[in-house]
Design a protein around this ligand. Structure first.
Ligand code: FAD
Length: 511
């Protein structure tokens, strides 16, 4: 079955290249979803465990391939440039080294278990089935990750006198505006050409409820946005004066995506995180992979030879070494491959050349939990109008003395470039200035900052690929099989990295 399927993938790919099907068609229509259990069941009886396989890169995709091969008892080797596994899946805690091209620093959080910082991936979508499957299989305990919290802030530059407002005020006023406008249009028969009259009453009911409108279909504030202080317990709750959402309208070029962030496919509640840090997934894989990973081994060149491919790498001592293998699984980021001497086929080489990665970066502080005691914020994200974009409050450890607040998650181009170029102290100063716009007391309570610019990080050189994956990644290129989140439409998600690892497993010749 595996062999047939592999042949099928190759045939489809050849046909695809010849007849210029779209890459989306290949991804969505022409392949059955990979059935991991079926693949495992089919492979388990394969008599020959001595295969000549070399995996390049011990990020989530490489680890997943290594884990599955290890389960089968299949032989392989692995090269990893860093001194530890995980790649972009990195959790910083007390003593972690943070290496960037021009600096090395250390995380100075106290030793407590709850003081960690997922400086790469931090959230798992509820429908990222592949990641969730491995979490279950590897006994990784999950807990909710609060991605959306109505009590956090939006600091929309240009609106509300540049004063941050609570998410519940923003969303309530937005719904009020939409609902009252449409309800009045229905009432005045202005949209009768769009909505058959028999729906009018139902629509008006829905809009009244949607926007919390009064009996005249006006929005004049809602308790959903919060009650006036000292009301609502021994006196009836009084709604605060409503915000005017029309103030946001001129700023939607920048803000529309941010305001509707939690509606997007991969950001919807419920979201999850491993208890104790995202690198629990890395540790889970590693526990089940025999010691076959050569760390501190930087791949320098990848070239075809008669028996497959020869990989040249530099070890920790700076000695140049070579390794050959019949099949090579290449999981290195495209930004890294740009600097590697290779002989991949022309379309792949072209794609590597064109690769463009986001300049993502994050900064976090250990801190007293002032956001909980002062603002009743328990998890979630506040949105800044400035470079640092998102403030993340911890989704666990509520009520403890201290916690880790993410003082900036930057993922948009020029802001990420600026962040990369700041010294560590400048990143701290700038993050505090930006946080103070939302939390004026921030500097008083925060300490022990640490940060990473992924653009400035060796062996990553960027957050994730912004290019769509090319169809050539989905088939074998001589001895080369490609994996990594950049080979999928889930670039920037571990789910993509694992899906790509599964495709690599299908393409590997194990019989
Ligand atoms: C800031 C940020 C936030 C993110 N948020 C999320 C999130 O919330 N949820 C989520 O699911 N995903 C998130 N992601 C994406 C997630 O981190 C990736 O999809 C996933 O970790 C990619 O795994 P990979 O194996 O494809 O690549 P990588 O992790 O990049 O692995 C590649 C490996 O190759 C190694 N390597 C590089 N060069 C060489 C060389 N020359 N020689 C040998 N080895 C080399 C690297 O050291 C690395 O270990 C985020 C990423 C970033 C950067």
């Amino acid at each position: 079955m595996n062999k047939n399927r592999r042949q099928f993938i190759k045939q489809v790919t050849t046909a695809t290249l010849a007849s210029a099907f779209s890459t989306q068609a290949l991804a969505d229509d022409t392949l059955d979803p990979f059935n991991l259990q079926e693949w495992r069941d089919n492979q388990i009886n394969s008599p020959d465990k001595h295969h000549d396989i070399l995996i390049l890169g011990a990020g989530i995709s490489g680890l997943c391939v290594a884990y599955e091969l290890s389960k089968l008892g299949v032989n392989f080797q692995m090269l990893e440039a860093r001194s530890k596994p995980g790649g972009r899946n990195e959790t910083l805690r007390h003593g972690s080294e943070i290496e960037e091209f021009d600096r090395t620093s250390y995380c100075e959080f106290n030793r407590d278990k709850h003081l960690y910082f997922n400086v790469g991936p931090a959230r798992i979508s509820h429908h990222h089935e592949r990641v969730l499957r491995y979490c279950k299989e590897l006994s990784i305990t999950l807990e909710p990750l609060i991605n959306d919290n109505r009590n956090t802030f939006f600091s929309i530059d240009g609106a509300f006198n540049n004063t941050p407002i609570k998410a519940k005020e923003l969303y309530t006023s937005q719904r009020g505006l939409i609902a009252s406008t449409l309800a009045q249009a229905i009432e005045q028969n202005l949209v009768s050409h769009l909505l058959p009259a028999q729906h009018n009453d139902h629509m008006l009911k829905m809009l009244t409820s949607f926007g919390d409108l009064d009996s005249n279909y006006q929005f004049s504030g809602s308790i959903r946005a919060g009650a006036e202080a000292n009301s609502g317990v021994f006196t009836p709750p009084q709604a605060q004066p409503s915000k005017d959402f029309t103030q946001v309208l001129p700023h939607l070029d920048k803000w529309a995506r941010r305001i509707h962030f939690e509606q997007s496919k991969d950001q919807q509640a419920a979201m999850l995180q491993p208890v104790g840090g995202m690198d629990r997934i890395v540790k889970g894989f590693i526990r089940n992979i025999p010691k076959k990973i050569r760390y501190n081994s930087e791949v320098l060149s990848i070239k075809r030879v008669k028996s497959g491919s020869e990989v040249t790498f530099r070890n920790k001592q700076g000695v140049i070494k070579k390794m050959t293998a019949a099949q090579i699984v290449v999981t290195l980021p495209l930004t890294v491959l740009q600097d590697i001497d290779h002989d991949f086929s022309a379309p792949i080489a072209q794609e590597i050349q064109n690769a463009n990665y986001t300049s993502a970066g994050k900064i976090a502080f250990q801190s007293e939990r002032f956001w909980e005691t002062h603002e009743h914020i328990y998890g979630g994200i506040s949105w800044l109008g400035s470079d640092n974009t998102q403030l993340w409050y911890p989704s666990s450890g509520f009520g403890r003395e201290s916690g880790v607040i993410v003082g900036g998650y930057i993922f948009d181009g020029p802001a990420g470039e600026r962040f990369a170029n700041l010294s560590n102290q400048e990143r701290v100063d700038s993050a505090l200035t930006q946080m103070q716009h939302v939390h004026p007391e921030a500097a008083e309570y925060t300490y022990n900052a640490c940060s990473r610019s992924w653009k400035n990080t060796p062996f990553s050189k960027g957050g994730w690929s912004s290019n769509p994956p090319i169809v050539e990644f989905s088939h074998q290129d001589g001895p080369y099989i490609f994996a990594g989140d950049h080979t999928t439409y889930l670039s920037g998600w571990q789910e993509g990295a694992i899906a790509s690892a599964h495709r690599a497993l299908e393409l590997l010749s194990l019989d």
